[in-house]
Design a protein around this ligand. Structure first.
Ligand code: F6R
Length: 241
């Protein structure tokens, strides 16, 4: 793994945006795998600024997001669809018909997952996958457990994830309990992977991900087996390494 040390959150965001910008410039029709959550917000802010300055063009880009809550509609402010529009898609010249997330409103979970795997396959594969890191080591919503799940699947969110995501909702009861997420095989098939990590609270798990045993109990540890992973982390997140 290539580890890039950033001073703080802003520096992490700039450095990660540099990598995504380089990818977009070198391959203007590339497929970007995208993440939601707090960590990449600054990265998206950087990409929007660079677009506004005329340095980035999103017109040929295709995106596939990692995950979406189940049972939440696109116009719900807490949906990941809404998040992506708010932070990126609504602010750049991307072709919205080329932006994909799992369909959270598809009640048939088997269909929702198969449809999404087909969509990802039809893009031709992810060139660069952006990932955040959960406190329990999850990537996408691949939660700790006995196995790595290959394809898109429906997950019951871990209690710790529901607690962590509660900050976006009025109460824990309102946090959806299930989500559709890309599987580990799909993530691992991305040509390049970029992980952004910030804050001292992520330091213990980041250490396990980089130096620990490869185990589905720490799903992100599987990234040790990928040949092109870059971790951009701030000093606080790297403080245990
Ligand atoms: C979101 C996602 C999650 C987050 C993770 C970290 O699409 O896939 O794995 O990346 O929960 O979230 P933050 O950045 O809010 O700490």
């Amino acid at each position: 793994m290539n580890i890039i040390r950033a001073k703080d959150y802003d520096d992490m965001s700039r450095k990660a945006a540099n990598i995504i910008s380089a990818q977009m410039i070198m391959k203007p029709n590339c497929v970007l795998g995208l993440a939601t959550g707090s960590t990449p917000i600054g990265v998206y802010g950087q990409l929007v600024s660079r677009y506004q300055e005329g340095d980035l063009d999103f017109s040929g880009i295709t995106t596939v997001n990692l995950d979406e809550y189940r049972g939440i509609s696109r116009d719900n402010e807490q949906s990941y669809y809404y998040f992506m529009h708010d932070n990126l898609f609504g602010k750049v010249n991307i072709d919205l018909t080329r932006t994909f997330l799992p369909d959270g409103m598809e009640p048939d979970s088997g269909k929702a997952c198969q449809d999404y795997d087909r969509v990802i396959a039809e893009t031709g594969g992810v060139d660069l996958q952006l990932l955040g890191l959960g406190h329990n080591g999850h990537i996408g919503f691949n939660e700790p457990g006995p196995v790595f799940k290959a394809q898109t699947h429906c997950v019951k969110l871990a209690e710790s994830t529901i607690k962590a995501n509660q900050r976006f909702f009025a109460s824990a009861d309102e946090v959806p309990k299930e989500a559709y997420t890309m599987g580990i095989k799909t993530i691992m098939l991305a040509k390049k992977i970029l992980v952004v990590v910030s804050g001292a609270d992520k330091a213990p798990i980041l250490k396990k991900v980089i130096c620990g045993e490869i185990t589905p109990e720490v799903q992100a540890s599987v990234l040790q087996l990928h040949s092109d992973v870059t971790v951009v982390a701030d000093e606080a997140a790297l403080s245990e390494l």
